[in-house]
Design a protein around this ligand. Structure first.
Ligand SMILES: Cc1ncc(COP(=O)(O)O)c(C=O)c1O
Length: 427
């Protein structure tokens, strides 16, 4: 009998357990470590404190736990049919975040960020979104905590993926294609190339530009920063416990897709906690798209999180702040950098990068849908593809955990394009 898993009461901060502290974020002008005052124009005080927190556990406020309770704990599913189709001796478990109201892990941080802004008296937020998962998650959370929201959506996705835009608008937020004529950054880029597909780095700059220029308005980021990664650790804390309740001692290997790094870090850090405390030997694979391979091809150095250079300098794996990836269907993986916390664990040897082509990702996504019934988000399909390749090569049983960060039911045109042999043309 599998025991029910309680919703975590705390977020887990891996900084407290790592042998080397992560490098600080730097002020873009002085190149000195950022101070809370430097960040005060953009973020509420609690999130600024979490960005530099050193304690091992941070209590989750009751209103956030109440919101989590509508979809958490998210299920850990043994993928029997998928195992059989792969012909693997592995026992494959999938941690499924698609049960949240908008269908992805992004809600875990969205409700936390909206809550902390609301108690600081903020009345409006701005943000970026790729395919729209983060924008819809924050729109849901802003509706809950009565905050106005403007979203800059990467132009490539804005043009080809209207459904999440409709979802964002249904929750009451506004969506602008990025680059947009509403900002300095956007006007400059549109003058150079009116047909640019845009990038998450550009959309971040536009959202920050507006937040900095309007009263009582702040900015929210859907990935990358330490506080976002922290909020996502509810995923891994549940998964570690659910795996034990399913009779497994530990995971041998964890796979997750990595765009800005938040769902993977959220899943993996509690498993790495077990490694750091000598209780497990779990390996972690960060699966990124071949079109935007920050960990496997990028440099580990200080870089901006956005194109215009408004964000602090972050020590991370980066392809450069002006890198514009090909418009692949996994919009959420088209980010030039990587969460500094995840990059740090890569450098320390706890996480390894692997790049996957989008065709392989869709092939795995289709196999997963046909065996398990869940259509994975194209982002998550990258993790499934890498895990499937690994599982097929095994001759002895191992326990594999895959982060299934969201469902792909609003990405069905992309699946259709794959089935029609038309992936690139429609990206
Ligand atoms: C379903 C899904 N998975 C993964 C990602 C990638 O983000 P991250 O690496 O921060 O989890 C996104 C981003 O939008 C997403 O929507």
């Amino acid at each position: 009998m599998i025991q029910p898993t309680p919703i975590p009461t705390h977020w887990y901060n891996i900084t407290a357990d790592l042998p080397v502290p992560p490098p600080p974020h730097l002020h873009p002008g002085t190149r000195e470590p950022v101070t809370p005052e430097d960040l005060a124009a953009l973020f509420p005080s609690e999130l600024i404190a979490q960005e530099a927190a050193t304690e091992q556990y941070i209590e989750i406020p009751e209103p956030i736990r109440e919101a989590y309770a509508t979809w958490r704990p998210a299920p850990l599913i043994r993928a029997y049919e998928f195992e059989r189709a792969l012909g693997t001796p592995a026992r494959i478990y999938v941690k499924y975040e698609g049960v949240s109201p908008v269908g992805s892990h992004k809600t875990n941080t969205a409700v936390a960020q909206a809550y902390y802004n609301s108690i600081d008296g903020v009345t409006k937020l701005t943000t970026e979104t790729g395919a729209g998962q983060w924008g819809s998650a924050l729109a849901f959370a802003c509706a809950k905590f009565d905050i106005e929201l403007d979203v800059w959506q990467v132009a490539a996705s804005y043009r080809t993926k209207p459904y999440r835009r409709h979802l964002i608008e249904t929750y009451g937020a506004k969506v602008h294609p990025s680059p947009s004529p509403l900002t300095e950054t956007g006007r400059k880029l549109l003058a150079e190339d009116p047909d640019t597909p845009g990038s998450l780095g550009i959309a971040v700059s536009e959202a920050i530009e507006i937040a900095a220029s309007e009263p009582n308005t702040r900015y929210a980021l859907g990935s990358v920063l330490n506080h976002v990664v922290l909020h996502q650790t509810v995923i891994g804390q549940e998964a570690v416990e659910q795996l034990r309740n399913a009779g497994e001692e530990n995971a041998d290997i964890v796979f997750g897709c990595a765009g800005g790094g938040s769902n993977l870090a959220g899943l993996a850090f509690p498993f790495i906690r077990e490694v750091l405390h000598g209780r497990a030997k779990t390996r972690v694979i960060a699966v990124e798209p071949a079109a935007c391979p920050s960990i496997t091809q990028g440099e580990y150095r200080y870089d901006h999180g956005d194109l215009a250079g408004f964000t602090p300098l972050l020590k991370m794996h980066t392809l450069g702040q002006d890198f514009i990836p090909d418009p692949i269907h996994a919009g959420g993986l088209r980010y030039h950098g990587m969460a500094p916390m995840l990059s740090h664990t890569v450098e320390l040897g706890y996480v390894t990068g692997q790049a996957i082509d989008q065709r392989e990702a869709f092939a795995a996504g289709v196999l997963f849908a046909r065996t398990q019934g869940i259509v994975p988000a194209p982002e998550a399909a990258h993790a499934i593809a890498a895990a499937a390749e690994y599982a097929r090569g095994l001759t002895k049983p191992e326990v594999i955990v895959i982060g299934l960060s969201g469902h792909g039911q609003l990405d069905l045109p992309a699946y259709q394009a794959y089935l029609d042999g038309d992936l690139e043309a429609t990206s």
